[in-house]
Design a protein around this ligand. Sequence first.
Ligand SMILES: Cc1cc2nc3c(=O)[nH]c(=O)nc-3n(C[C@H](O)[C@H](O)[C@H](O)COP(=O)(O)OP(=O)(O)OC[C@H]3O[C@@H](n4cnc5c(N)ncnc54)[C@H](O)[C@@H]3O)c2cc1C
Ligand code: SF4
Ligand code: SF4
Length: 1017
Amino acid sequence: MKVPTKADPRAATPPVSTEEVDVRSLEHELRRSTEAEVRFTAGDRAIYSTGGSNYRMLPIGVVIPRSVDDVVETVRVCREHRAPLLPRGGGTSLAGQCCNVAVVLDFSKYLNRLIEIDADARLARVQPGLILDHLRDPAQAQHQLTFGPDPSTHDHCTFGGMIGNNSCGVRSVMAQFNGPGSRMSDNVHELEVLLYDGRRLRVGKGSSGDPEIDRKLTELRDRYAALVRERYPDIPRRVSGYNLDDLMPENDFDVAAALVGTEGTCVTVLEATVHLIPAPKHKSLLVVGWDSEYEAADHVMTVLEHEPTGLEGIDHVLIEDMKAVGMHPEDVELVPEGQGWLVVEFGGDTKEEADAKAHDLVAELKKGDNPPEGIKLYDDPELEQHMWDVREAGLGATAFIPGKPDTYEGWEDSAVPPEQLGTYLRRLRKIAKKYDYDSALYGHYGQGCVHARWNFDLRSAPGIKKFRSFLDEASDLVLELGGSISGEHGDGESKAELLPKMFGPELIDGFREFKSIWDPDWKMNPGKVVDPYPITQNLRLGPNYAPPQLKTHFAYAKDNGSFEHAALRCVGIGKCRHTSGDVMCPSYMVTREEKHTTRGRARILWEMVNHGELDLWKSDEVLEALDLCLSCKGCTKDCPVSVDMPTLKSEFLSHYYDGRLRPRHAYAFGLIDQAARVASKLPAVANALAPVTKRLVGVHPKRHLPEFAPLTLQDWYAKRGTHNPSGKKVILWPDTFTNHFHTDVGVAAVEALEDAGCRVVMPQGHLCCGRPLYDYGMLDLAKRYLERVLDALRDDIRAGTPVVGAEPSCVAVLKDELLKMRPNDQDARRLAQQTYHLAEFLDQEGYEPPPLQRKAILHEHCHQHATGGIDPDKKLLEAMGVEVEKPDSGCCGMAGAWGYEKSHYDVSIACGERVLLPKVREASPDALVVTAGFSCRSQIEQETPRRALHIAQVIQLARDHGAGGPRGPYPERAASPKPQGGKSRGDKVIAAAVGVGLAALAAYASRPSRKPKRAWR
Ligand SMILES: Cc1cc2nc3c(=O)[nH]c(=O)nc-3n(C[C@H](O)[C@H](O)[C@H](O)COP(=O)(O)OP(=O)(O)OC[C@H]3O[C@@H](n4cnc5c(N)ncnc54)[C@H](O)[C@@H]3O)c2cc1C
Ligand code: SF4
Ligand code: SF4
């Protein structure tokens, strides 16, 4: 394989040259010499082919070191094979610096420890894979300390990456006023680094730990000192170029700081010691609005005089974009009057002190020539967080706006002196207008750093030429105003070619020499920052981009009907790599594997469509990457650009198995509605056969199959009839799980709806939304099921009769999948709109539930999270008087039948054990455990001594037993559906017959299975 190597520095724009590497020998030797995970398959390489940038470069392979020794050995083996290296953290870089034709060293999975916090010295020692919040949270909680630079990616970016990029963030101004400085380079005390030649050094102020390197660096510094002082802009956000200024005597020859921001092009960081700063005990948040973002920017200097801890800017375009994509709809309303806003945070030892600073600022602004249009001081921490969510929404909100062209990074982090910000924004917009480009302009206004995402055309030669020309004009403007081409994200490939304009050719020579001191062979992340690939090379799309038009089952309406665009939707933000909060992405939260993120899955699917290394629709590697996706829909809600992995996975499975037999569990679970229909004739027999069934269909031995109820909900209701004939008509959806297994939930739902004044109607006969079919890609059948549902309910749909479901995953089909299958069917639209989760409906109807004095742990089913949320359940419980605790429990891990399958058991349990199951075990015996999901209740019942209730059952409990309710375990209800009769002789005969049938199935079962290989190592 040809790999990049040293450029020819004599050329005007030196090309990156290449040399041959024996990849097979390299892989073999890496496996032999290290304990690391060594991944060289087409799929593994596809997953690491880009970060959050416009670029795509397939790596040679991926190494996931388990120890520092593994890193040292990997570098040795790479050196012996002359293979380039690319260290990587969270892979959220936006400038193309974290993809390359190199061996990727992924530090995030294992080398992610917080080694120690020395609170007295205000220092912390960290491994490079540590996530920023994994330092900030304990530092704050235990020592009231924090870390200055805080990128918006704080819950998933790593220290190695922050060091690599010289990261800053929202509260960098705090570090500017009350700490060592605003950039990462100001906040690093010491680094342990590994050179490509194998030397391991501790670098810090005054020394690199190697006399020869010190000598070379000093000599380099002395030669370039005058130019550095002349050409480096004195602004808070100069991130472009190497930090030669940190070698100056006035900066104490800070070698560690000089290596910060080198983007993996000089050394590999093995460990870092970083500065901590006092965290304000109390904060207050002020948002001030003017007629335009320009006027907001004009007031930055006034605000800075008040020493805020955060000073950000947002504009009306961002707010309009957020509204257009339906992002944080309520939060957007929190913004006061205006078209351009400053978001100002103050800190203090008391809330009063923080508020007083805000009031002082407001008083001064009101006295000024151009007083603000709108002013809002927040006093509720929850609302303050919502306001920050609006600010942090940036990239996600502006990437894909309905009716507008896609937007891209590329000129997204330029910085100017803060006093020039108003001028810069005005002139930048003017230039953009000339090019027909548009973008929100928001970001770290307090430090003059502006974020944007422009509608570049990166798919055609003229479009790319125009993009390149815009970059020239925009960078001329920034430099004219004394700014920096990159003010935050680094140069990578997207800006590096522009650096000669900023620093001049002599300093670029200085950069070359600096790199050569550390990496004489130029094997570290070659072609980035210095002597780079041209900006328009290696684009992920590019002028020859022609994705195939694929025939699909789903409509992909948001993506112009394109499966490929639905996969391209992942812009690499990496939020699916966060390790707590929300639902996305349960598999990553427990495996910590890029492959098991939504991003990893989207990437491999996109590669499958666009590049030949992975067979279209038939790749086992793609199947394996998708296997641990629980189809929990977490990403559809929590991913800032709503990547919809369950739909993509389902589509893939339908094509993968086209013309092939599926594994047996797919038929058993995918067709559970059919099996349940048969079993309902003889539920006792079906239950007795559960152990055999379990073995036949590949259920994990530790799982118990749920028992069929003695009487279906439909049969029970047909006999019982309504108790409220004059009430408002409501259809209670008899989903398979409530109808056949947890009928007691259905009974409770009927009673709750009647208590709310409704007349319940329950469709009879076999009707199923087809939920399990999606999990196995049985989409032709799923389509037919939906048609049957629409036909059966058509009159009620048109009459506007609400459809209420007790089981969130089935409600989700009618609210979500239905429209993805039939976007242009008016009845489908109506049905989606008039379908409700039970609590959602009761809340909307203004139901006054009966009182109950209990505590409850309330767990949100993941499909409910994606299609309505759990607030109505919480509201109802609180209205009853229940003291509710909602743990951050994410997905329970069962996810329909997914957690029953043998190959998923470990991950399923790990998902549950992350928060939910320990929380349930710890709950006091008289606290109720409440969740709407059949899967969640099954997971809880199987893994804890507790039984979980549906909210309908909580209402039933209160109605049956009064506000005091029964203490202790939930009592069985006498009115629960009664058995149809015990196990008769007839039952036993039939059981034998079924047994013979199952034996035949067993013969089928013994054929080779297409089950994916174990994906979790
Ligand atoms: C939506 C969004 C918002 C963002 N907001 C901000 C922001 O507010 N402020 C900000 O500064 N940035 C921001 N970024 C950019 C990015 O998230 C940060 O730069 C982040 O610190 C990168 O961390 P990472 O772990 O993802 O690094 P990666 O992308 O994995 O790596 C970054 C660089 O560091 C190098 N590197 C990684 N580990 C090592 C190591 N062990 N040794 C040597 N080099 C290493 C890599 O080679 C690469 O060049 C944002 C990005 C996105 C997508
Ligand atoms: S899937 Fe969503 S959250 Fe994950 S990286 Fe892609 S865009 Fe970001
Ligand atoms: S559906 Fe769930 S498991 Fe699958 S990618 Fe999305 S968040 Fe992750």
